[in-house]
Design a protein around this ligand. Structure first.
Ligand code: ATP
Ligand code: MG
Length: 261
């Protein structure tokens, strides 16, 4: 079962790709656990969850009683004593919400300023992420913010691949390069790239010229329907069959790369 973390510069299409891949794996009949690890969570909407469900979601980081119960300390406290290995194995099934074959767990804000934070909520979330990646048997698709810092070595090292989304432009390419450096620092060697919002062959050539070709899984074209889906609060895969087909090629390439190793 693939365990993928999707990252990249703000606004490049991480959540869009996460939703497309989650949808495709679910269509294959796999059980899929999508994890929203972006503090500014919006994967539920991208997956087409109905509004009532989206509004009812409380991120794990905000479940004060749960955090206190599991770590033995109140969230927001620093320093004091708390458990460093809180029980987390029941959390995915208790708190995930499901829609169209995709289970979704929303984590919330992991670090309050600085990657070195040791506080009850970040301890619980790190333990949870590690558990998800190492122990769960579903396909895992993690929608992340740009940094990898909050992932922790054990979690990052157990992912099958990091996918960095880029768009035609120097800035997201720079982010992709820094993700690659960070990944190799923490022992992750499989970092792949998806080019998004490409409008032409020259957009795709730009990305190919700026990043090693063997890392590129494929491209998603610029799609006005992606914007329309966002406007209507619908899933992109309900609106744009063309982009679903492009995402399918990306998924197949990923499976091929995994077999190569
Ligand atoms: N292929 C595409 N064509 C056109 N618009 C797109 C495409 N992919 C994504 N978008 C639009 O770009 C915006 C940002 O996409 P998305 O939310 O997936 O990016 P993100 O990287 O998750 O952003 P954030 O950093 O804010 O989490 C959305 O309005 C989305 O509809
Ligand atoms: Mg996003």
């Amino acid at each position: 079962m693939p365990k993928l973390a999707i990252t990249g510069k703000g606004g490049v299409g991480k959540t869009t790709l996460a939703a497309l891949l989650a949808h495709l794996y679910a269509q294959e009949g796999r059980t899929v656990l999508a994890i929203d690890a972006d503090p500014d969570a919006n994967l539920a909407s991208a997956l087409g969850f109905p509004e009532e469900l989206v509004e009812a979601i409380v991120p794990i980081a905000e479940l004060q009683d749960l955090i206190a119960e599991r770590t033995g300390a109140q969230p927001g406290t620093f320093g004091g004593m708390f458990k460093l290995n809180p029980r987390v194995d029941d959390i995915p099934d208790r708190y995930a919400v499901s829609h169209q074959g995709v289970k979704l767990l929303t984590l919330g804000t992991i670090d309050h300023g600085g990657s070195g934070c040791i506080c009850p909520e970040s301890t619980l979330l790190r333990a949870l992420m590690q558990h998800l990646v190492i122990r769960r048997s579903e396909a895992i698709i993690m929608d992340m913010e740009a940094g990898l810092e909050h992932l922790g070595r054990a979690t990052a090292g157990s992912m099958d691949a990091f996918i960095v989304v880029v768009e035609p432009g120097q800035r997201s390419i720079q982010t992709a390069k820094s993700v690659r450096r960070l990944a190799s620092d923490i022992g992750v060697d499989r970092v792949y790239v998806v080019g998004n919002k490409t409008r032409s062959e020259s957009d795709r050539a730009f990305i190919l010229d700026n990043l090693p070709g063997d890392e590129i899984l494929g491209f998603l074209s610029y799609s006005p329907l992606a914007i329309e889906a966002d406007l209507q609060g619908k899933a992109i895969f309900e609106m744009d069959p063309g982009i679903v087909q492009q995402a399918r090629l990306i998924k197949d390439k990923l499976a091929f790369m995994a077999e190569e190793e």
